[in-house]
Design a protein. Structure first.
Length: 647
């Protein structure tokens, strides 16, 4: 028993109810799963079988060994600026997927005669509906290059059927899918052999090109060496074999002349100043001291000697102006002559420097040419020695073989997908059918929808159905039901004297529940009447005399309980048509303390319609998976439900 307050249904999804809905249609869902498995198996058995063949190999990475010059050449190339220094990837994905590779491979594998690769049909005809649409739209069939269409179809099918992958250890796997296992193995091995052959040919070509490049470079270096030596020889014959010594000689001579010129210039300036003093006829000691401070050379022996003066420094005598003038003229002439000699010597020194520069350049070019020739001759010697040894580290780990089992279709996968789709479709259809039925699949949803003050399971009352009043009284006397006690408490609390009991597709009829509840609530001080409005209720025997109570007669009685029937040959439902139906029911309260009215299914709706708006205690009996939600809502709208019994 559960006492629930009035509540309203919400829009949240009840997972428990969904599970119970699916569980209610478990046989249907099992059937859809079985059908899905059958369809999946049929599709797997009738699908085209695809076989996969795999070849595993490892390409030569191009690394240099200890006896080859390939690595040294790469180092020289990088130093020369013609190498990137980064090793390109050896995975030839773009190569094997390229159209050029496929066309070259066609000469060996003949893809054009393979129906899986060459899917182009030049004689194909458009369907009638497609032709009509094109005609209406105005699309004209364009001319197609047959050869181009064939190769485009081959390339597209090749890209889908061939897969090249690189493993962690640097090896490669070629996987080919084909409907013919032998053909799949043949294509995989053909692609592997072609890749290995192309790689080897490319490596040999590169090595030959390297040898050719080294040879041509060596020839050019030899020619440069010969030219530089010839130029040096010609320069030596035309000029001098010792340009450095000539330049040094001219430089020393120029330095000596410049020194003489500087000395003469100082003497000339001192004599010029002395001549000016003599011409002024000022020969005092102050003039001598000023001259001495300005030209210290006057106290040197050389200066006094050319003037014919006393060579003792402490003694100074003024010379004659005429002799000083003669000396001045001599020094001027000597200075001019030295300047001319300096200019000539400077020209000779410059000529020697140019010759020395040319000689140094020619000698440097000769040395560079000799060094280049020496390096290249050694490189060519080493390369020529190992030219015949070309290591190949390519390894084949596994040749493709014809597969004995198809790789597609995956029958287990088809069966699993079929089972899943069957389960999903079955569950969806179950939910759709459940919603269309409009019934309750959980007791919780039934309780929420009824909004009754008291709810309880009908399980304890099922043994009392179809019993007569006498038997019911005996059973209840031996084993009382707590459900009946709680229901009786609620009825007394409501102060209602009329109790209507309705049932909607439940296991127990409303009349049986009304009898049981009446038997429990009857006593010496409480008289109870029960009226069954179901068409299945027994008619009165007109020959026997019955106790009359208003418009009803007592059809059966036990203790303080009376089962009432309409007087005469009238069925109870016909009383609902009478205008004074409610007055007749109320008149029974003068004789009985409680009056139970019962009806089932559609008759319950009719009874509730006749009692709409009256103050009564309404008990309804509902059943999960049977009672429709529309029926329960209609009952509740006609007369609020105070008690709910469910099974």
């Amino acid at each position: 028993m559960q006492d629930l307050p009035n509540s309203h249904p919400n829009d949240e999804i009840d997972l428990g109810e969904l599970f119970l809905i699916i569980w209610a249609y478990k046989l249907f869902i099992i059937g859809t799963c079985a059908l899905g498995i059958l369809l999946g198996g049929y599709h797997a058995l009738n699908s085209k079988k695809v076989f996969s063949s795999t070849a595993i190999f490892k390409l030569d990475t191009g690394g240099s060994s200890g006896i080859t010059a390939y690595g040294e050449f790469n180092a020289l190339a990088r130093l020369a600026g013609i190498g990137s220094g980064v090793r390109a990837s050896v995975l030839p994905v773009d190569e094997i997927n390229g159209r050029i590779f496929i066309q070259n491979l066609d000469a060996k594998l003949n893809f054009q005669m393979d129906p899986q690769f060459n899917t182009y049909n030049p004689n194909s005809v458009d369907p009638v509906w497609k032709s009509l649409i094109k005609r209406v739209i105005g699309i004209q069939k364009s001319t197609i290059d047959t050869n181009e269409a064939i190769w485009q179809a081959i390339v597209a099918a090749y890209s889908k059927s061939v897969v090249l992958e690189e493993t962690d250890d640097g090896s490669f796997t070629i996987t080919v899918k084909h409907m013919n296992p032998q053909r799949a193995a043949e294509i995989a091995n053909g692609i592997m052999e072609t890749i290995i052959s192309n790689k080897k040919n490319k490596k040999d070509t590169e090595l030959d090109q390297q040898l050719s490049y080294l040879s041509s470079t060596l020839a050019k270096a030899l020619n440069d060496l010969e030219v530089s030596q010839s130029n040096l020889k010609e320069f030596t014959l035309e000029n001098s074999a010792l340009p450095l010594e000539s330049f040094a000689k001219e430089s020393l001579q120029l330095d000596a002349l410049r020194e003489q010129f500087n000395r003469t210039s100082k003497l000339h300036d001192a004599v010029a100043e002395l001549l000016l003093i003599l011409q002024k006829k000022s020969k005092n000691q102050d003039d001598y001291l000023a001259l001495r401070q300005k030209f210290p050379i006057i106290d040197q022996v050389e200066f006094r000697r050319i003037l014919g003066q006393n060579e003792i420094i402490n003694v100074w005598s003024w010379p004659e102006a005429s002799s000083v003038s003669a000396v001045f003229d001599t020094l001027t002439e000597r200075k001019s002559r030295l300047q001319s000699q300096i200019n000539a010597s400077q020209i000779d020194a410059e000529r020697s420097s140019i010759a020395l520069e040319t000689f140094a350049k020619l000698e440097r070019e000769t040395q560079i040419a000799e060094a280049t020739y020496t390096v290249l001759i050694e490189q060519v010697k080493a390369q020529s020695m190992v030219a015949g040894f070309r290591p190949d580290t390519t390894e084949v780990y596994e040749y493709a073989s014809a597969s004995i089992r198809p790789s597609a279709p995956n029958r287990i996968l088809f069966l699993a997908v079929g089972a899943f789709l069957g389960l999903f479709i079955g569950a969806v259809l179950s939910l759709i059918m459940a919603f269309n039925r409009g019934v309750y699949f959980t007791k919780n949803s039934l309780k929420i929808e009824a909004q009754a003050r008291i709810t309880a399971s009908l399980k304890t009352l099922l043994p009392l159905r179809n019993k007569i009043l006498y038997d019911i009284n005996i059973i209840l006397h031996k084993k009382p039901r707590s459900l009946l006690r709680n229901m009786a408490v609620e009825i007394h609390k409501s102060a209602a004297t009329q109790i209507v009991v309705t049932s909607s597709r439940a296991k127990m009829k409303s009349f049986d529940v009304a009898q049981v509840l009446a038997c429990y609530m009857q006593s010496k001080s409480i008289k109870v009447a029960v009226i069954d409005f179901s068409p299945s209720s027994k008619k009165l025997d007109t020959d026997s005399e019955k106790l009359s109570v208003g418009s009803f007669v007592v059809a059966e009685s036990a203790d303080h309980i009376s089962i009432l029937k309409p007087d005469g040959d009238m069925i109870p439902l016909e009383l609902l048509n009478h205008k004074d139906f409610w007055e007749k029911i109320q008149s029974l309260n003068s004789t009985f303390d409680l009056v139970f009215l019962s009806a089932d299914n559609d008759d319950a709706i009719s009874l509730l319609s006749a009692l709409e708006g009256q103050k009564m205690f309404h008990i309804t009996i509902a059943r999960t998976k049977k009672t429709k939600s529309a029926t329960l809502l209609q009952m509740r709208s006609l007369l609020p439900i105070q008690g709910l019994l469910y099974d």
